[in-house]
Write a protein that binds this ligand. Structure first.
Ligand SMILES: [Zn+2]
Length: 109
């Protein structure tokens, strides 16, 4: 099957490690383009990956939150599951770093 990403290589079956949020979820069956490395996980592998991500409590950490106003500063609430994943505690200092006009990165030290 021709690669849909580069249109030059062909997919070959391969066992590929899957990393989610910096943690290794395991090794899964995939099709990998020998030219550009584009990786497609087979649907059975995708189901196993999703189950493993959920088992480790890493599912749904991306969250929508609202900006509120506290005094003359703005306040962003971090959902509990995300705070736990980052081992973030009340009173802890973090660094706010704008990446561009639409992206704010919070560095936990
Ligand atoms: Zn390719």
């Amino acid at each position: 099957m021709r690669c849909t990403n580069c249109n030059l290589g062909n997919y070959r079956p391969k066992k590929v490690p899957y990393v989610f949020l910096g943690e290794k979820m395991g090794i899964f069956a995939a099709l990998v383009c020998h030219h550009c490395g584009e990786t497609l996980f087979e649907s059975s592998a995708s189901d196993k990956i999703e189950a493993e991500v959920k088992r480790r409590g890493l599912w749904g950490l991306r969250a929508r939150t609202k900006v509120s106003e506290v005094g003359n500063a703005l306040d962003v609430r971090i959902p509990k599951a995300l705070a736990q994943f980052l081992s973030l505690k009340k009173g802890q200092e973090v660094i706010l770093e704008p990446v561009d006009k639409n992206k704010l990165q919070i560095l936990v030290e």
